[in-house]
Design a protein around this ligand. Structure first.
Ligand code: MOS
Length: 751
């Protein structure tokens, strides 16, 4: 191939590096107001009254809006509409950052003062702060008659029967805690209403969600709401549904004042209000034969949804389908429950409900290996999926299964057998420092899966200009992951134009059709395929024309990067474009891709859960200080089967970044709370990995092509994170000779 699979520079890299890119906070519009939010500041209670009179008197304040000012539906909810936009008097406050009022003013200072002057009375209620308390149902968080509001299950095979036939049964409880997405750029939006069209500029993973929610809040049709993606400094799931809540606040104020309104969150408010990875509690029971074959799995997982359901039921679907990990096991009995508590609503975070259970099953595999006298590598290889096998949900795999290759590659890259001896020697010589090795082998469903098929399609627009330069707009978003570069490389490959002649426009809901969210490791496949479709249509128009003009057959036209060779003539792509334009050839096309349809029984959790899967293996080497409890991750060998690397360097970057974020979850990051309030609300006390903490990473890419992917690509966004926590936890267990059953692993846990 000309460019796919090679190394390319980030197409928006220079502007980002030089600080020239425009993020939402960098945008200043004429007559723009600043906005602020009045928060409840209690985790549970009933709002008795609101008094805005003092706030309105502050000089520079233009509007103080409460629930009474909302023209449309004053509620949010992706699955159930259980979340107030602005809490009405008489209704319940359900977490510390519920919004009571929004304020617009001429300066940030005036807004800040006005926020402190809004008076409201509440009748405080005792909050529900843990999964255990929630299950007791003594206090109800929401309007349902139980806090355990959602349940999903897999019922496949006969688990009770195989438990009787097992040579070994492992039974364990596991716990995982919050993780904050910690994108560098906090959430923010600017709304600009001119009396007819509402324009919204924001930091998002899905402009279409924002369009839909603003439409409901303001009772305004979609064709009057233009949502435009700004440069976005990371999302990691945290900007999937959440930007709707921020953009709606700015939009309401702009609607009421007919002036542009800017709302940029301070880090503290961002951490306290916006979604995180769900804390979880699991009980696992797994049955094995003597040779290590996993014959049955029974598990129960509770996810702490926080105060509102938001994306939780969808997150739970992924928890469910990943509960048995990357293994062929046909007797599966899984229950996943979503539980309300009076805390921050949890939602999407890279991995989307799978890291919690992948940690559990990978710990189980290690413990089984140990008890059966097998190597943890061998037990994984024995149970790993292959072509023709069925996943734990009974999905027969017909293509693109590189699971075993990822295992073999890591074993070879790490010289595993020598490494084990080195570790043994080290541990004999060192009394207070102990090293350990830990494996993980995981699966990840690419795309929205069987439950999200109505959203699993995408549009891209490609426009070739008469000078041969190209503009693309795709329905996914660039959030820092490299989507613009990957999609441009796909278009470059098809049309033969060089990458530096291609420009990608910011996603705009007035131009591209609803393409669903930029999540689920789906953007390369969806936006990439849609752009490929558009580029192929243009290419066909060009080739048809050239064949006639030069009286040649299509195979006599040779496309290289930047030039077309026709018989003895060489034309630049620019010359070709000019020729076509002057001959009235259509050079602007729309592309579309929709996911192949899946068969899945939602009641029993059996069937084709996702269109395809990535497979990953990680081995980590850690050193634990027995006296202080400090864990030092020294090296990680990681292999991912992603179908095809479009931008090889970009993929390596994702592998490194994901592994480090996963390491943060495993051993560093901790949301601390007191009385239902988050106290680790900035990066001085919510500790994430820095460059100093990054171990040596040896990445590897396996390319088992996905027939429906652009040039065979699957995805890398999320699996890059999920292999790390179980591998690191297993390495720590291996070093200290005790099972680690919770993440993050704290120093106290080690001691
Ligand atoms: Mo992602 S966690 O699917 O936004």
């Amino acid at each position: 191939m000309k460019i796919v699979g090679k190394i390319a520079k980030r197409i928006e890299g220079k502007e980002k590096g030089y600080g020239e890119s425009k993020y939402t906070a960098d945008l200043y519009l004429d007559r723009m107001l600043y906005a602020g939010v009045v928060y409840s500041n209690i985790p549970h209670g009933i709002l008795k009254s609101i008094d805005v009179s003092e706030a309105e008197k502050i000089p520079g304040i233009v509007k103080v809006a409460t629930y009474k000012d909302v023209p449309g539906t004053n509620k949010f909810g992706v699955v159930t509409k259980d979340m107030w936009f602005l809490i009405p008097v008489g209704e319940k406050i359900r977490f510390e950052h519920d919004a009571i009022a929004v304020i617009a003013g001429e300066s940030k200072e005036a807004v800040e003062e006005a926020v402190s002057k809004v008076k409201f009375e509440v009748e405080e209620l005792r909050p529900v702060l843990t999964i255990e308390e929630a299950i007791k149902d003594e206090i109800k968080v929401n309007d349902e008659n139980t806090n355990v509001a959602f349940h999903k299950k897999i019922r496949r095979g006969d688990v009770d029967k195989v438990f009787k036939e097992a040579d070994l049964i492992i039974e364990r409880d596991f716990k995982t805690d919050y993780q904050e997405q910690a994108y560098l750029e906090p959430q923010g939006a600017i709304a600009d209403y001119d009396g007819e069209v509402m324009k919204i500029y924001a930091s998002m993973q899905c402009p279409f969600y924002v369009q839909e929610d603003v439409s409901e809040i303001l009772d305004m049709p979609f064709n009057k709401i233009d949502v435009i993606q700004m440069e976005t400094g990371g999302g990691f799931g945290g900007k999937e549904d959440v930007p709707s809540y921020i953009a709606s606040k700015a939009a309401l104020l702009s609607y009421l004042t007919k002036r542009p309104v800017k709302l940029i969150y301070e880090r503290e408010h961002d951490i306290k209000e916006t979604s995180k990875r769900h804390p979880s509690k699991s009980h696992y029971k797994a049955a094995f034969k003597k040779d290590g074959t996993l014959i049955g799995l029974k598990s129960e997982t509770y996810l702490d949804m926080g105060a509102y359901s938001t994306l939780s039921p969808i997150v739970m679907y992924r928890t469910l389908t990943h509960s048995a990990g990357a293994y062929k096991v046909s007797n599966v009995y899984v229950d996943v429950y979503g539980v309300y508590t009076n805390k921050v609503p949890c939602g999407a975070f890279r991995g989307f409900g799978s890291p919690q259970v992948l940690f559990a099953i990978e710990s189980i595999m290690d413990e089984a290996a140990e008890k059966l006298g097998l190597d943890p590598y061998d037990i994984r290889l024995k149970n790993a999926l292959d072509l023709g096998d069925e996943t734990a949900t009974g999905h027969k795999l017909e293509f693109s299964v590189g699971a075993k290759k990822t295992l073999e590659h890591v074993k070879n890259m790490s010289k595993y057998d020598d490494l084990k001896k080195e570790i043994e020697d080290f541990n004999k010589k060192n009394k207070f420092k102990k090293r350990g090795l830990g494996w993980s082998h995981i699966i990840y469903g690419v795309s929205l899966g069987a439950g999200g098929q109505h959203l699993d399609a995408a549009n891209s627009e490609v426009h070739v200009f008469p000078d041969g330069t190209i503009n693309i707009m795709f329905g996914g978003t660039e959030i820092g992951q490299g989507a613009k570069t990957a999609v441009s490389m796909i278009v470059s490959e098809v049309l033969g134009q060089k990458l530096e002649k291609i420009h990608v426009l910011q996603t705009d809901t007035f131009i591209v059709q609803d393409s669903g969210p930029t999540v689920a490791s789906r953007t390369t496949v969806f936006s990439g395929n849609a752009a490929k479709d558009a580029a192929e249509k243009i290419k066909k128009n060009i080739i048809d024309f050239l064949c006639k003009k030069f009286d040649v057959s299509p195979d006599e036209i040779k496309i290289e990067l930047g030039v077309y060779k026709i018989k003895d003539n060489t034309f630049t792509f620019g010359e070709i474009a000019k020729m076509c334009n002057d001959a009235n050839v259509q050079l602007n096309e729309s592309g579309w891709f929709k996911s192949p349809k899946l068969k899945f029984d939602m009641e029993n959790g059996v069937g084709e859960a996702y269109v395809t899967y990535t497979y990953s293996t990680q081995l980590s080497l850690v050193e634990v200080d027995i006296l202080t409890g400090k864990i030092d991750v020294k090296k990680m060998w990681i292999s991912h089967d992603i179908g095809k690397a479009i931008n090889y360097d970009g993929v390596i970057g994702q592998i490194q970044g994901g592994a480090v974020q996963g390491m943060g979850h495993a051993i560093m990051e901790e949301i601390k709370q007191k009385d239902g309030k988050i106290i680790s609300d900035n990066f001085n006390n919510y500790i994430i990995p820095t460059i100093k903490d990054i171990p040596e990473i040896i990445p590897d890419v396996v390319e088992e092509e996905f027939p429906y992917g652009p040039f065979g690509a699957k995805g890398i966004g999320e699996p890059s994170l999920m292999s790390a926590p179980p591998s690191i936890a297993n390495a720590v267990s291996n070093a200290i000779k005790r099972r680690i059953i919770k993440i993050p692993i704290s120093i106290e846990d080690i001691i």
